[in-house]
Design a binder for this molecule. Structure first.
Ligand SMILES: Nc1ncnc2c1ncn2[C@@H]1O[C@H](COP(=O)(O)OP(=O)(O)OP(=O)(O)O)[C@@H](O)[C@H]1O
Ligand SMILES: [Mg+2]
Length: 236
């Protein structure tokens, strides 16, 4: 059986800047954290998987089929759905209207379940323009869930949040995982993120420096060199 997602030998440059060099990994099931220092190429890689950028070399396969030349909308229709590092609400739409709108893409979602899972029930009738930053991060997750994903790509779902707010979103992600949702999570907050993933891929300057279990991650010499050599320890 082929993996759900396979990234094979992906390279990408912007001008002379080699942002990704021969990156490969695969996800069969469960959850994967994609980590690395600022500028490592994490968002670029997620954008390539979601079809918003094309790789210069390499292939991306979803359920065994090449997707790296498909337009983003076709990839979303197949069930590969990404949230954004920077929140993108429709300011005049309410929370419930966002869920209704995004549920039209692939159909058949339980809006009440999404509101309960994200904790957005109490603000369901508020316009996005009136929401707190924590609620906007939860709305980003709710929008993606409304598309009924087969594989969820999350770009810094707890970035910028307080510890308590981060814990609420992590609780939602853990519940999703128990429900069987497959996820790739890009995060800088390693201790919080690595506690619930099955697999870790670490990039540094566009190269894969680690691929393995969370238990092995912190002890890995290349990981320590990438973070400590860059002047900062892995953040928890
Ligand atoms: N559209 C673009 N045009 C030119 N350079 C880009 C573009 N997108 C990203 N880059 C460059 O590619 C490199 C990797 O950026 P990317 O956003 O993928 O990193 P990241 O790992 O997500 O970082 P962060 O943790 O800060 O979000 C950076 O040097 C960035 O300046
Ligand atoms: Mg990024």
């Amino acid at each position: 059986m082929s993996a759900l997602l396979e990234v094979e030998g992906v390279s990408k440059s912007f001008g002379g800047n080699h942002v990704l060099s021969d990156v490969s990994f695969s996800l069969a099931d469960g959850t994967l954290a994609l980590v690395g220092p600022n500028g490592a190429g994490k968002t670029t890689l997620l954008n390539i998987v979601a079809g918003q950028l094309s790789p210069d070399r390499g292939a991306v396969r979803f359920r065994g089929a090449r997707i790296d030349r498909l337009p983003p909308a076709r990839i979303v229709h197949r069930g590969l759905v990404k949230t954004y590092q920077v929140v993108r609400p429709l300011r005049s739409f309410t929370v419930a209207q966002h869920i209704e709108l995004f549920s039209r893409v692939r159909g058949s979602v339980d809006a009440e379940r999404i509101l309960a899972l994200t904790g957005l029930g109490p603000v369901r009738d508020r316009r996005a323009g009136e929401l707190s930053f924590g609620d906007l991060k939860r709305l980003e997750l709710a929008k993606a869930l409304a598309v009924n994903p087969e594989l969820l790509l999350l770009d810094e779902p707890i970035g910028g949040l307080s510890r308590d707010e981060a814990r609420r979103i992590l609780g939602s992600l853990e519940e999703l995982k128990r429900d069987g949702m497959r996820m790739i999570v890009v995060e800088h907050r390693l201790l919080e993120t690595l506690s619930f993933v099955d697999q870790v891929v670490a990039l540094d300057q566009g190269r894969t420096i680690f691929s393995g279990s969370p238990a092995r991650f912190f002890a890995d010499p290349a990981v320590r060199a990438a973070y400590l050599g860059g002047g900062h320890a892995p953040r928890g």
